[in-house]
Design a protein around this ligand. Structure first.
Ligand SMILES: NC(=O)c1ccc[n+]([C@@H]2O[C@H](COP(=O)([O-])OP(=O)(O)OC[C@H]3O[C@@H](n4cnc5c(N)ncnc54)[C@H](O)[C@@H]3O)[C@@H](O)[C@H]2O)c1
Ligand SMILES: O=C(O)[C@H](O)COP(=O)(O)O
Length: 529
């Protein structure tokens, strides 16, 4: 059997390959080389990248077998998440792998600026013993302004509090309770810019944050202020930074990230009061090992068809142990649901009833939709694009939970409204210590039959002899019946007969059954594959 192919498009830690294990064919390419990337991505199942590989819409379109894009790090600005979602490709990252490393590099930049370490070192190596030129400043009792008090902002807070500094922060999305818990004073952006001795930025790159530190912001800063950016290039306007440094509007800057990377000759590189590093925030042994192992685990899960806790474009999250067995069941119910439809679907209710209703069951909704669309579209259907497919078709989807349930511990039901005004439904459960998957209801008829690969659903007028007729036709065509359940509608006229059979039922055979018993519904549900 051929192994799924995993493409490493950048240099990743050896632990990444170890964590992937022997079940994949591992290939390498240089993701920064566009033509190499587009050729290499064409037939791979997963791609692993850092920040130098642009996995944009063009690359995703070229990757016909791609199921997962794994970013061994935090930032996802080099991945087109929208295009990936549309194509059913899961995007995962390693959101906490390198935050300690990035926080420590930030502290390194702050100390380098405060004590002129890089400049003094370069001068001494060039034969200059200059002490007064490199007189610095203490951090003790200084005001540190953190813009973006997320994971890294919080780690920096803890580290700089050891220097007995005062931490100010600007983050409109952080509550005052959280700030108080961290021992941080939340202030407005202007207050932060005007009062801070060191201003360090830790926001994502978004339309709102790009260029946020521009000419106006520099004008509000103290002349003695230092500015540090270990977050993303573009949050600081690079031309305005050059002007502020050159004119003495600020004292200096420590910069790890740039608008264009790699960059080796920006105008401010030539200034004495700047410390630059080539995007080294995550470049430690520890961060690389954590990032590589984390995404390798996510790739293994994703390629096994599982939901992944670190997926950024799937709302599944961590799945509760008791919810997990319902996922393959409800996916099959989704396929049965589709086989029962005879007009376009306008509404789908995914109902979770019983003990698990109190848990996070969003994953069951995704799995139900995956099942509903599996036999409908030619493209790959995944947990990622199933909700998109529903939205594109104008299908309104509701997840309904209730702890009330009769007869079983849990029952999962898909109910649908069709464009011709009719309703369909299919319900299932898991029974016994072996958690056998069973169908327990179709269109309101009660049944209890284990799910098998081939099911036949018949609805007809109740009368004697029908079961014998059906059995006879299937036998004549070499189709063995494994199980059968007949259920009467409450008014006693219509009957639903659900059969499990050992092989597929050709359409012609199904048509003969329909004719022979005058069935209003005669459907085969093929869950093979
Ligand atoms: N240099 C590196 O190698 C390196 C390494 C790791 C992370 N990073 C970057 O560091 C940044 C922070 O990472 P994180 O893990 O702390 O992210 P995070 O999501 O935990 O925190 C970001 C914070 O920014 C805040 N924010 C968003 N918009 C804002 C706005 N308009 N004004 C003020 N605050 C705003 C959010 O509320 C959030 O609290 C990201 O850009 C990430 O890509 C860089
Ligand atoms: O977003 C991140 O994780 C950091 O910027 C690190 O990027 P890198 O993996 O390219 O070093």
């Amino acid at each position: 059997m051929t192994k799924p192919v995993v493409l490493l498009a950048e240099e990743l830690s050896p632990a990444t390959i170890e964590a992937l294990g022997p079940d994949f064919e591992i290939r390498h390419t240089d993701g920064a080389d566009r033509s190499q990337l587009l050729a290499a991505i064409a037939d791979v199942d997963a791609i692993l990248v850092r920040s130098a590989t642009q996995v944009d819409a063009e690359a995703i379109a070229a990757a016909k077998k791609l199921k997962v894009i794994a970013r061994a790090g935090v930032g996802l600005d080099n991945v087109d998440i929208k295009a990936a979602t549309q194509a059913g490709v899961m995007v995962v990252n390693a959101p906490t792998s390198n935050i300690v490393s990035a926080a420590e590099l930030t502290v390194g930049h702050i100390l380098s600026l405060a004590r002129h370490i890089p400049a003094a070192s370069a001068a001494l190596k060039a034969g200059e013993w200059k002490r007064s030129k490199y007189t610095g400043t203490e951090l003790y009792e200084k005001k540190i302004g953190i813009i973006g008090l997320g994971r890294i902002g919080a780690l920096i807070t803890a580290r700089l509090q050891a220097f007995e500094t005062q931490i100010l922060a600007y983050d409109p999305y952080v509550t005052s309770a959280r700030a108080a818990q961290l021992g941080v004073q939340l202030v407005s952006l202007d207050e932060l810019l005007e009062q801070s001795d060191f201003i360090t930025i830790h926001m994502p790159k978004t339309p709102e944050t790009v260029g946020m530190i521009g000419p106006e912001a520099f004008r509000k800063m103290k002349n003695s202020a230092y500015v540090i950016n270990v977050a993303r290039g573009g949050l600081i306007d690079e031309a305005a930074l050059f002007d502020a440094l050159q004119s003495g509007a600020i004292a200096g800057a420590g910069i790890d990230v740039f608008v264009k990377e790699p960059s080796t000759d920006l105008p401010f590189f030539g200034l004495d009061n700047v410390v630059v590093t080539p995007h080294l925030g995550a470049s430690t042994e520890e961060a690389q090992e954590k990032a590589g192992v984390s995404v390798a685990k996510s790739v293994r899960l994703a390629l096994a068809g599982e939901l992944v806790p670190d997926a950024v474009n799937v709302a599944g999250g961590v799945i509760d142990r008791e919810v997990r067995p319902g996922i393959p069941l409800i996916e099959k119910l989704g396929r049965v649901f589709t086989a029962l439809t005879h007009a376009s679907v306008t509404q789908i209710d995914v109902e979770v009833a019983g003990e698990i209703a109190g848990k996070d069951v969003k994953a069951l909704e995704l799995a139900a939709l995956k099942g509903v669309f599996t036999d409908v579209v030619s493209e790959q259907v995944s947990y990622v694009n199933a909700p998109v497919l529903a939205e594109q078709r104008g299908i309104n989807v509701r997840l309904i939970t209730t702890e009330e349930v009769a007869d079983y511990r849990n029952v999962l039901t898909l109910r649908g409204a069709l464009s011709d005004g009719s309703q369909i439904s299919v319900a299932g459960t898991l029974t016994g210590p072996k958690q056998i998957e069973k169908i327990v209801g179709v269109n309101g008829y009660d049944v209890e039959i284990p799910i098998s690969e081939h099911l036949v659903v018949l609805i007809y007028q109740d009368r004697p002899g029908v079961v014998g007729t059906v059995g006879g036709i299937l036998a004549e065509n070499g189709i063995n019946i494994a199980g059968m359940q007949v259920s009467r509608a409450q008014d006693g006229n219509q009957v639903l007969c659900l059969l499990t059979v050992d092989s597929a039922v050709p359409q012609a055979v199904l048509d003969s059954v329909r004719e022979a018993i005058d069935a209003s519904t005669a459907r085969e549900v093929d869950l093979e594959g």
